[in-house]
Design a protein around this ligand. Sequence first.
Ligand code: SF4
Ligand code: SF4
Length: 298
Amino acid sequence: MLTQLNFQAPSTELKKLSNIWLLVSGFTCNLKCRHCYLSCSQTNKTRGFLNLDKIKTALNGVKNTPIEEIYLYGGEPFLNRDINNIIRHCLKITNVTIVTNGTLINDKKARFLRQIEQDHDYELIFRISLDHYTEAKNDEIRGKGSFKKIMSGVENLVNHGFNPIISAVNIWNEDENSLKEGFLTLLSKLDFQPTDINVKIIPVIKAGEYEKNYSSYEEDDIVTKEGVKNCNINLFDCTNSRVVTDTGIYVCPALLNDPRGKVGNTLSESSKKFYLEPNICYSCQTGNRNMFTNNWNL
Ligand code: SF4
Ligand code: SF4
């Protein structure tokens, strides 16, 4: 067993701020998934929505930084009533990925979103959370009826010319290639040609609802110098991303419920060095990848 005495966790440096995450809907969500690491739900109001003024102020502080991607997430981003204006503003700056459960994207909404994208020079990307290519397994995690609603959102986006990415937490620790294959087969029934880029498999994060409903990290599940020796630490999202919330800036999308995750009050002043002490960081070590940003390098 590792002793915490004299233990100094490895650290990462923010090398380049390429990705900004905006927690646009706080922790409010219309679903209540059994593995949600932020414990989002309809009633969780511990984090507030971001309004357009706050977003403009935050982004203005880094206006001379070439941001590659802005991610809108929550909770469920489409619960923010100002989401259309937020998307428009962000699309003036760079490409935008909306991380959503897709259940609120009907045909009319998808058409409208396509129009917004066509009015701008940058790309609008959708990352839809769906945890399994079978209805039964997905609904076990995300709630009864969620598979049909999510797939309807995906189909509406495809029908209006978008190329959505499915993100799935590998909750049953299945072989990643067969999981990916299953999703690609499901997606290929829609009117587009999915490739590897359309499926992102995410390792389990044992926090929030997952911890309540399944299991916790073991005491020794921590990042160590030995452990990261075989990792490409430059892939970890904390080397290239920061998160804007209504209570300050956080190091990565997963560490919002851990006070150690808060790294400043403004993007330009968010600290660059971060010690990988939280157990959640162990998921990045075992995954040896970018857990949160899109896999553009595939
Ligand atoms: S996992 Fe996503 S869709 Fe599910 S409750 Fe959390 S934020 Fe909502
Ligand atoms: S959870 Fe991963 S991305 Fe977040 S601080 Fe830890 S190592 Fe970095």
